[in-house]
Design a protein around this ligand. Structure first.
Ligand code: SF4
Ligand code: MG
Length: 327
């Protein structure tokens, strides 16, 4: 099946007074129609920057795409004008964020905010847009939709607000929904409800989801395919079952060991020793070498590339290059 989104060798950098931060460095990723792809990693690994680059919003954050391409269907998003991008954004690609409150206008009623994109993108009349807004709010599982349209954001709980954001995101029938930590700010039961909602909306509409999370529990719930990011690079990617059953990269193994197992008491949760490297001090090494229990001499001097390991995944680690050499 043809990809819906194809990110190829994406490089997004931030120029700072202290030097250039290569926030996303040579990231390639594909999403097929109807597929959920998760990008997982610690904060600062480049997950959100990848998403912002796809949305064409990275300039607002002070960064710049310096290389690569982002194909959405048959268009290179990096070559579109601002207006063309704006039409795609919200209409064909929609995004939801961790903090729904920060994307909503606190002084406008919920209904007004849902109605606005419907009038702009779908050219509905105000009356038709209001009717559609109420349907959408019901569709995301809010029962008192008629009252909610006349409420202000501060009158709703975090979970309700995230549902409203989802209603706005799906209002124009996007082919791709980008969700950046959509449940991180919510408590556990609400988290599960929001993930259920995303899953059922995806099933109904056939849209694809690019889900960004630091939480492997969310990955296990949602993903068909997963990419693990570390210090701006994808260090491992593959089918979710393969990655969970048989992680190859030492970083992925560490993440999986540090994941709490549901309904199971763990005396001590493993935590990966050390810290993510300073993005201004990266060298031509494996960026994980300081924290890796299996570090070899070559790891300190040369960066491993993503290579196919087994049938279903790729990892960037010298362990597997060595394996191949002596096979
Ligand atoms: Fe560890 Fe070396 Fe693999 Fe990096 S390349 S993860 S340091 S074994
Ligand atoms: Mg982030």
């Amino acid at each position: 099946m043809k990809d819906l989104l194809t990110i190829d060798h994406l490089q997004t950098f931030f120029k700072t007074e202290a030097g250039t931060v290569r926030a996303v460095d040579d990231v390639s990723l594909r999403i097929k129609p109807g597929e959920t792809v998760c990008i997982v990693g610690e904060s600062g690994s480049g997950k959100s920057i990848t998403a912002m680059s796809v949305m064409g919003l990275i300039g607002n954050a002070g960064g710049k795409v310096e290389g690569g391409s982002i194909q959405f269907q048959d268009r290179d998003l990096l070559k579109l004008s601002r207006n063309e991008l704006r039409t795609i954004r919200g209409h064909e690609i929609a995004m939801i964020f961790q903090e729904p409150m920060s994307s909503l206008n606190p002084v406008l009623k919920i209904g007004e905010q849902v109605i606005e994109p419907l009038m702009e993108h779908l050219k509905l009349s105000r009356k038709a847009a209001r009717k559609r807004a109420i349907e959408l709010i019901k569709q995301v599982g809010i029962s008192r939709a008629e009252q909610i349209v006349d409420a202000y954001p501060h009158e709703l709980s975090g979970g309700m607000l995230q549902r409203v954001m989802i209603a706005m995101a799906i209002s124009c029938g996007p082919k791709l929904l980008i969700a950046d930590e959509p449940t991180t700010a919510l408590d556990v039961t609400i988290q599960a409800q929001i993930l259920d909602l995303l899953r059922s909306l995806k099933e109904e509409s056939g849209m694809s989801i690019l889900l960004i999370t630091h939480d492997l529990g969310v990955v296990a719930e949602m993903a068909d395919y997963v990419a693990v990011m570390y210090a701006g690079k994808i260090v491992e990617q593959g089918e979710v079952e393969a990655i969970f059953a048989n992680p190859k990269h030492p970083y992925t193994k560490g993440l999986l060991r540090s994941k709490p197992i549901m309904n199971q008491l763990q005396d001590e949760l493993y935590s990966i020793p050390g810290q993510v490297p300073n993005p201004l001090e990266l060298t031509e090494s494996c960026y994980f070498h300081d924290r890796c229990e299996q570090c070899m001499a070559i790891c300190r001097t040369k960066q491993p590339e993503l290579t196919t390991v087994g049938d279903l995944q790729q990892a960037a680690c010298w362990l597997y290059e060595e394996e191949k050499r002596y096979a």
